[in-house]
Write a protein that binds this ligand. Structure first.
Ligand code: ADE
Length: 241
C-alpha cells in the first residue's frame, strides 16, 4: 500500500509543493498518497474560528482544541503517528526520518499563532504515538514549511522513491558524519584542481580519502556530531589522523 501522508492546516495552499517534483512523481507512481485538509472545515461557527486568547494572559493567540479533535478523528487512522511541528519540540533527525519511513504513514498538525492548546497532543497520545518536533533552532511563522521539510526527508527514504539506493545510504548524516566534497569534469577549472587521488583509479585509496575528508569536515563544521558517535565508531588510525 502507498505511504499515507495527511496534513491538517489553515493554509492548505502552502502545501502545494507536495504535489511537485520528487514527491509528485512518487504520488503518480502510487508510492505515496497525500491528503491536505483545511482545519476550518471542522469549525461550526459562522466566523470559522480556530484560535482564542491564551489562559493566563500573554501575547498572541492559541489554536482551540475542538476543531483539532474533530479533524484528527476524521483523518488519523488508529495507531498512526501524529507529528506536531513546534519550535518547542525535540530536534528532528535523520534517524527519526528513517524510523517514520518504516511506518505506514504520518499525520501532521500544523499550528499557527502561539501553537495549539496542549491538551490536543495529550489527548491524541491515547490513540497512537505523538511527536512534537522542531526542525531547527529558529522560529517559523507556522508548521507548514517544517512539514514540507519532514515529508521530503521521510519520503526520499521510501523504497522506489529515489532511483539510486546508494545515493541515500551514503548521504550526510546516514552514518552520523557529514559527507565530504564532490567533483566532476573538468579536472582543472579556473586554477582549481580536482584532488588527484580521485583520478588515480585506486578505489581503496579513494575510499580512505573520502572517509578522511568526511571526518575532517565533520570535525570542522559539526564537532557535536563527532562527540556523539558511539564508542569504537572511529578506528585508531582515524583518531590519529
Ligand atoms: N514552528 C515554528 N517554528 C518551528 C520550528 N523551528 N520547527 C518546527 N515547527 C516550527
Amino acid at each position: 500500500a502507498a505511504y499515507d501522508i495527511q496534513v491538517v492546516t489553515i493554509f492548505p495552499e502552502y502545501l502545494a509543493p507536495l504535489r511537485q517534483s520528487l514527491l509528485g512523481k512518487a504520488a503518480e507512481r502510487g508510492l505515496v498518497s497525500i491528503g491536505v485538509h483545511d482545519l476550518r472545515q471542522w469549525t461550526d461557527d459562522v466566523h470559522r474560528t480556530v484560535d482564542d486568547s491564551p489562559y493566563g494572559g500573554g501575547p498572541g493567540m492559541v489554536m482551540k482544541p475542538e476543531p483539532w479533535a474533530q479533524a484528527l478523528e476524521a483523518v488519523r487512522p488508529p495507531g498512526r503517528r501524529l507529528v506536531v511541528p513546534t519550535p518547542a519540540g525535540r530536534p528532528f533527525t535523520q534517524r527519526m526520518a528513517a524510523e517514520w519511513a518504516a511506518e505506514p504513514g504520518l499525520v501532521f498538525a500544523c499550528g499557527r499563532y502561539e501553537g495549539i492548546d496542549q491538551r490536543v497532543a495529550d489527548w491524541a497520545a491515547d490513540a497512537g504515538p505523538v511527536s512534537e518536533v522542531s526542525i531547527g533552532d529558529y522560529v517559523l511563522a507556522g508548521g507548514e514549511s517544517a512539514v514540507l521539510v519532514m515529508v521530503e526527508a521521510v519520503t526520499r527514504l521510501l523504497p522506489g522513491v529515489v532511483g539510486n539506493r546508494e545515493s541515500v545510504e551514503f548521504d550526510s548524516h546516514a552514518d552520523g558524519l557529514l559527507e565530504g566534497p564532490s567533483y566532476t569534469r573538468p579536472a582543472s577549472w579556473r586554477g582549481h584542481e580536482v584532488p588527484p587521488v580521485l583520478l588515480s583509479g585506486d578505489h581503496a585509496a579513494i575510499e580512505r580519502w573520502r572517509r578522511a575528508e568526511s571526518l575532517r569536515r565533520t570535525a570542522e563544521r559539526r564537532p557535536d556530531l563527532l562527540a556523539a558517535l558511539p564508542e569504537g565508531a572511529l578506528d585508531d588510525a582515524e583518531v590519529a589522523a
